[in-house]
Design a protein around this ligand. Sequence first.
Ligand code: NAP
Length: 335
Amino acid sequence: MREEASTQVRLAARPTGTPDARTWQLTQASPPTPGEGQVLVRNEYISVDPAMRGWIGATPTYTSPVEVGDVMRARAAGRVVASRDPSLPEGTSVVGFLGVQSHALARRDQVRVVDASAVPLIYQLSALGAPGMTAYFGLLEVGGCRPGETVVVSAAAGAVGQMVVQIALIMGCRVIGIAGGASKCDFVQRRLGATACIDYKADNVAAQMRAACPYGIDVYFDNVGGDILNDALAQIGLGARIVVCGAVSQYDNLGAVQGPGNYLNLLMQRASLRGMLVGDFEAKFPVAIAAMSRWMAQSRLDCQHHCVDGIENFPDALQQLFAGRNVGKVIVRVR
Ligand code: NAP
């Protein structure tokens, strides 16, 4: 039988603006052989995340940059196909930072074992993975949302946003989404059940926020930064909490990030603005995973996936994210 080749996407050059084809190099090799205490994982799904834009810049963010020539960093989910660790036998499903590649070597402490018979493996990178955990802890711990409150979330049709909308509804909140385009807003309202959704590409966001949140915003879950954050600041209510989860509108602009002119409203409204990193909540993930799994079993929570087939299409998948061509969690399906 012919041995399957392994494929990798490597960082070829640091981008100056939006990453494009010149940023990446596709390489092939024979799959590596696990050494003592290692396993070989065949990746099935690779997570494509806005944070990748920061990882390939020259400046360290909350983690070190990916080096030019290295396999691109990514969370991935797959199965063990060769093992020299008895605690991870062949067939075990695992997730971890396994990279944009078809095969990865890993040790026990670099992966988390998951039960793919209970929940399909792809969900380990979405609802039960970083996007789901970010939404859960961002909204409930950092945002401290309470029943009856008004929650506004940007990039509401995206991976994190769709989870925030649904969890806030489960908590008994009024939920207003913000998304780019009529069909995304339709998804946020009809499929996810948000009270309203503002199309920031067509609507006057500030006016629509005033109309949708007449008593003020209690929690603003910010995924985009820029003008939308500034408009939300103008509409916060007394004691509001702003969760700084991300600022995707600014990631190509890291040298000259746009700050919010309306920040003094934090003072008037005795409000808070707090950043969060999902990794800080890792010790509590089992609590969130149990809650999210229960809600999924009760059909109160679901996750839309935006799948792109083939590792060679990773560059395009990343571009789709920044161009807003995705509805739901962007995943590369490894062929
Ligand atoms: P996503 O929402 O699935 O995809 C990104 C979305 O951002 C796009 O679909 C697009 O939606 C929107 N967007 C792109 N460019 C924009 C712009 N210039 N202005 C406004 N919106 C723009 O991505 P995700 O994985 O769920 O991540 C969402 C945010 O959460 C990101 O900022 C990410 O960095 C952050 N995040 C943070 C943590 C943490 O630990 N803090 C963890 C995970 C993710 P529209 O078409 O609606 O514009």
